[in-house]
Design a protein around this ligand. Structure first.
Ligand SMILES: [Zn+2]
Ligand SMILES: [Zn+2]
Length: 267
């Protein structure tokens, strides 16, 4: 599979557009909350102490650009599978029907969540942590720019969940775009550094199982536990949820401070 020059140009344009739109969105969220809203939203801070500096953000921007570049081969492979007819992707909703589209939407959301949880736990193996996942954990006081600050290998692995799915499951292409948007929003929310969800969330039967900014923030300060992406149930089921999660979610701004992350691999 050797891409010709016009498809290469299309991918380069796609990369530039994706990177620009990502940094505009994330930059505006950062400005609105971390800069202009610093005083107004002080009570919503998850960590009491502010540790983000220019060096951290430059590091996160650099890693994000690398991760976006590392995502290009996956896009190539999926485009090629689509063009060759091997992928079960379609733009024709009527060919699979809306009940199937809704069912695959829910199924893919759950599959992506499980893929992330188990890979994330594996990435906390001491060797993999040191080689790969420590890049993401360099960010302790997480902010919107931390959202895609990964080692390139981790970026590829976490994005690869879609590959077996396009071969096995009939997928309506715009739905993949919606899933991508949900993934992006969830990632930025997880690394917001502020908790804006109401405290009553923990009393709402289904919604209480969703991930929150506090949930993932505690993963960065503790460097263990709370491995989930979108839902808490894997952590609850397998006993990896941090016991102080609900109390910290309710406290806001009073999260226990832990020592800054070192390269020591957590288990
Ligand atoms: Zn981690
Ligand atoms: Zn994170």
């Amino acid at each position: 599979m050797i891409p010709d020059s016009s498809s290469l140009l299309t991918f380069v344009q796609g990369f530039v557009a994706q990177a620009l739109s990502y940094f505009v969105v994330v930059g505006l969220i950062y400005l609105a909350i971390w800069k202009w809203g610093e005083q107004r939203f002080r009570g919503a801070r998850v960590q009491a102490k502010r540790r983000v500096d220019g060096k951290q953000i430059r590091f996160e921007v650099k890693n994000t650009l690398i991760v976006l570049l590392a995502g290009i081969p996956l896009t190539f492979v999926i485009s090629w599978l689509y063009a060759s007819g091997a992928a079960k992707l379609t733009l024709d909703a009527s060919s699979i029907g809306w009940p199937t589209i809704v069912a695959t939407f829910v199924g893919l959301l759950i599959f992506n969540d499980a893929w992330f949880y188990f890979w994330h736990r594996l990435l906390h193996h001491p060797k993999l942590f040191r080689l790969v996942h420590s890049v993401h954990h360099k960010s302790v006081d997480v902010n919107p720019f931390s959202s895609y600050s990964f080692h390139w290998f981790e970026g590829m692995i976490l994005g690869a969940w879609v590959l077996p799915m396009v071969l096995l499951v009939p997928i309506y292409i715009p739905m993949l775009g919606v899933l991508h948007g949900i993934g992006l929003a969830n990632n930025v929310m997880s690394h917001l550094g502020y908790e804006f969800l109401p405290k009553g969330l923990l009393r709402v039967p289904l919604l209480r199982w969703m991930n929150t900014s506090t949930f993932h923030n505690l993963h960065h300060t503790s460097s263990r536990g709370n491995y989930a992406l979108m839902f808490r149930f894997w952590d609850r089921l397998l006993g990896t949820e941090l016991p102080n999660y609900e109390a910290t979610f309710l406290e806001r701004g009073a999260a226990l401070q832990t020592a800054p992350q070192t390269d020591k691999a957590p288990t």
